[in-house]
Write a protein that binds this ligand. Structure first.
Ligand code: SIN
Length: 486
């Protein structure tokens, strides 16, 4: 292992964290975490199983009554202290994140700023939240509406943004007064372990946060969700897994937040500035090597702008520097693992079989690790492979539309509805298209929409619930109505 990697992982616990203590998994089972830029294992971590899972849920359930009674000030100060820690130690955390996810250091730093902003936001929001008090219509009694924490939560986080997707859930859960059992993605548990260790050092009461790395995601969720003491599941990941979890949640009527797949259209209007649109696609598509549910999946460009747009896009794509996380100037890292490379490869092959043409990239790179060339495909058919599948890789699929086409209706031809990107000048037209988009979020003349103060989430197969914004806190609360007659 390269010495830089080894020294960067010294501060990361390799055990699981239950009821305020780090411990080995039952039976001492371990699994390996690899560096996607070499494919080589870098460290082994605890592979938890059934006794660990039940101990963690016991801890979350037992600590809940005290944590829900903690003052708003205590919770707010804790989140602020955690925000400060993450910010102060961002260099250390960035290396940990890059090693396990493959992100170039600059991308890890951007994610850390974004991830930390949820801790800051929830620490502020929780002390400003208000309830409602009013008289009933005939004046006999008072109506009080307050919010209480929903209870112990299971937080299942993905590998593509291992910090931000965690803080977006955990910040809200802790602010609301909930306790948590966290299951990180098996590909990227180290960022989560690092954060949980900061939580431990800052002295959060035992049991409030528990961390369970495992290779048996299905076993863990089935067991923990079968226990009625669990009151909420929050999941970020694929629509197919989300749908299984929703069925499991139905058994005990557990509250559910689901951030699922996306298939974002990137619509370029006829009056758009081509250069700005190209710059936008470069970010909306190639951020995190395209491994984002908000990644632009289908670029819709007016037919008379197409040639100029594709030529400029190809030039920028060919200029991207693809390399390992610790190489200066790397714009894009590898994909997360071999299976992700195969998935992207199969999407590209499918598009080519359907008549698509590769204008840039198109292949896995001939080197160690899971590198895939940044790719541009044109002329793939609407409704085909790159149109209907969430690509989750660095492949920009460009489609053209004619002046008589209803571009919003075209963009809506997908089961998903997370985010849509619109580029253009005519504000009235942009507003009309934004209104017609079947997506939970619309970004106009911007390639990035995510922001801690705004509600993130989708419609249709993209999920249920919102994270971030004020509603992100409310998603961890239940409304209580008290009718009070003196
Ligand atoms: C995602 O795409 O998985 C989330 C990215 C974000 O919050 O920006």
């Amino acid at each position: 292992m390269n010495p830089r990697t080894e020294s960067s992982l010294v501060t990361v616990p390799k055990q699981c964290y239950i009821n305020g203590g780090w411990r080995d998994s039952t039976g001492g089972k371990l699994f390996e975490v690899a560096d996607p830029s070499t494919g080589a294992p870098v460290v082994s971590v605890a592979d938890t199983s059934t006794p660990d899972w039940s101990d963690a849920l016991d801890a979350a359930a037992t600590s809940f009554p005290d944590w829900r009674e903690s003052s708003l000030q205590e919770r707010s100060r804790f989140l602020r202290a955690l925000f400060n820690r993450v910010t102060e130690k961002s260099d250390e955390l960035a290396r940990v994140m890059s090693i396990e996810s493959g992100k170039p250091l600059g991308e890890s730093m951007a994610e850390i700023n974004y991830g930390a902003s949820f801790l800051e936001w929830y620490s502020e929001l929780l002390i400003s939240q208000r309830g409602e008090v009013s008289d009933n219509p005939t004046g006999d009694y008072q109506m009080q509406v307050t919010r209480q924490p929903v209870g112990p939560c299971l937080l299942i986080t993905p590998w593509n943004f291992p910090l931000a997707m965690l803080t977006r859930k955990l910040g809200a859960a802790l602010a609301a007064g909930c306790t948590a059992v966290i299951k990180p993605a098996a590909l990227t548990p180290l960022t989560c372990a690092w954060l949980v260790n900061q939580i431990h050092e800052l002295g959060l009461p035992p049991g409030v946060v528990n961390y369970l790395p495992t290779t048996d995601a299905r076993g863990l969720s089935s067991e923990i969700m079968a226990d009625p003491r669990l009151r909420k599941i929050s999941f970020t990941g694929s629509t197919s897994v989300g749908s299984v979890l929703l069925k499991q949640a139905a058994e005990n009527v557990q509250a559910s937040s689901m951030e699922l797949g996306g298939n974002a259209p990137f619509v370029i209007a006829r009056d758009a500035d081509v250069d700005k649109a190209v710059t936008g696609v470069m970010i909306a598509k190639f951020r995190n090597a395209g491994q984002a549910c908000v990644a632009a999946n289908r670029v819709l460009v007016p037919i008379d702008m197409r040639d100029e747009f594709v030529e400029k896009l190809v030039e920028k794509v060919n200029a991207l520097k693809v390399d390992a996380w610790d190489i200066d100037g790397a714009d894009m890292g590898p994909l997360v693992d071999a299976s992700q490379v195969r998935t992207v490869e199969s999407v590209v092959t499918g598009a080519l079989n359907e008549g698509g043409q590769v204008r840039a990239g198109g292949r896995r790179m001939d080197r160690d690790g899971y590198f895939f060339e940044p790719t541009v495909i044109v002329d793939a058919p609407i409704g085909g492979e790159t149109w209907s599948r969430e690509i989750f890789g660095p492949v920009a699929a460009v489609y053209s539309y004619r002046p008589e086409d209803d571009v919003a209706a075209l963009a809506n031809q997908t089961e998903y509805g997370l985010v849509s990107y619109l580029y253009g000048r005519d504000q009235k037209q942009l507003a009309a298209v934004a209104d017609a988009m079947e997506s939970g979020m619309v970004a106009i003349n911007r390639p990035i929409i995510s922001e801690a103060r705004a509600p993130f989430g989708g419609v249709k197969a993209s999920g249920l619930g919102r994270e971030g914004g004020t509603v992100g806190l409310e998603d961890y609360q239940v409304v209580k109505y008290v009718a009070l007659q003196y």
